[in-house]
Design a binder for this molecule. Structure first.
Ligand SMILES: Nc1ncnc2c1ncn2[C@@H]1O[C@H](COP(=O)(O)OP(=O)(O)OP(=O)(O)O)[C@@H](O)[C@H]1O
Length: 330
């Protein structure tokens, strides 16, 4: 298992996210400035309380020392489209959370707000108890690495698969080219891709691109003694994949979780917590433990995965059965 440092380590860099496909594509080692931040890393062994909040009624007072990210009453509009209307939830250390809900309800939007790529119009995002002001680029201190795996893969078009996957290591680490190359090959193999290192994204299928993006989110600097906790946000990681490729990805997402024994590379998982936006039943069943249901701008239900199909909430029931009858209208 990964162990974290005790209270006063100052680490860098703290943040990473996947680049947009529209970003400049010039690539040379250490040529693109990363977001480098000093981080106050204060994690000690933190107990993970499993949560079930679907029932209502009286609850034990919560101990929030293990909350990594909290969205509190978040609002977001695009023009006159009011997408998020008071979204509140917490992501605790050790959690594997799914975000579900009808298309267009703002699931990707909330991920981008959590990752600091979009600012809420109203409401707050807290990163390990500290309120984040605005976007990630304005951040002084984070205390948490947040990675976002975009729905569209968002690979750099003119970089090879190897350069895409090793991007952050080429930029930020002290690892040699050979070490990075080896790690990239191993990580690609873990997502079921072999011999594609020298290909360009245009030479890959959509599903392969998704897996390359996933591999990019999973490479870590192996020369670092201390790794800060990390939350990964996956936006529909299995959309468009065949059922077997979906299973590979779902199991991989599980295996890199900190609580897992070993990941696909035979190393302890490094992801403290993760969130998966998904429409796929298999991903809900295989890859997450707790669900948040987003509908009409709010979290209307949350509960453990096994409670999803037995919920009496009419919105959840309609969504779980795919029925045309019910409160959700298209
Ligand atoms: N940058 C933007 N500018 C304008 N509108 C946007 C922007 N980003 C998202 N939207 C709109 O906000 C709404 C929510 O989009 P979002 O992608 O978050 O939904 P979603 O729940 O992830 O959808 P899906 O399940 O179909 O992927 C949509 O109507 C979308 O068109």
């Amino acid at each position: 298992m990964l162990s974290f440092s005790s209270s006063s380590s100052l680490l860098r860099p703290s943040l990473h996210f996947q680049p947009s496909s529209h970003q400049p594509v010039a690539m040379s080692r250490r040529s693109i400035s990363p977001f480098r931040r000093k981080v106050f890393c204060c994690s000690t062994a933190i107990k993970f309380d499993s949560l079930s909040k679907s029932g209502g009624g009286l609850r034990e007072p919560e101990n929030d020392s293990d909350v990594l990210i909290e969205c509190r009453d978040v609002y977001k509009s695009f023009g006159d489209k009011h997408i998020l209307k008071g979204v509140s939830f917490k992501i605790r250390h050790g959690e594997a959370v799914g975000v579900i809900g009808p298309s267009g309800t703002g699931k990707s939007t909330i991920l981008k707000i959590m990752a600091g790529l979009l600012a809420p119009d109203k409401g707050e995002v807290y990163i390990r108890g500290k309120k984040r002001a605005g976007l990630i680029s304005d951040e002084e201190i984070s205390g948490l690495r947040i990675g976002l795996v975009f729905q569209s893969a968002a690979l750099f078009d003119s970089l090879t698969v190897r350069e895409n996957v090793g991007f952050l290591l080429y930029e930020n680490s002290k690892m040699s080219e050979n070490q990075i190359s080896e790690l990239v090959t191993q990580t690609l193999a873990a997502v079921g891709l072999k011999g594609v290192e020298n290909r360009l994204p245009s030479e890959l299928s959509g599903g392969m691109k998704k897996r390359v993006a996933l591999a990019r989110s999973l490479v870590f600097d192996t020369t670092k003694e201390v790794i800060e906790p990390e939350v990964l946000l996956y936006d529909e990681p299995t959309a468009g994949l065949d059922p077997i490729a979906s299973t590979v990805v779902e199991d991989l997402i599980r295996s890199v979780h900190l609580t897992g024994e070993e990941d696909s590379l035979g190393k302890p998982g490094k992801i403290a917590s993760y969130l998966v936006v998904t429409h796929q039943h298999s991903t809900i069943q295989r890859a997450v433990d707790r669900l948040l249901f987003l509908y009409e701008g709010k979290i209307v239900w949350q509960g453990m995965t096994h409670e999803f199909t037995t919920s009496t909430n009419p919105i959840v029931q309609q969504f779980a059965t795919g029925s045309l009858d019910g409160p959700i209208r298209y």
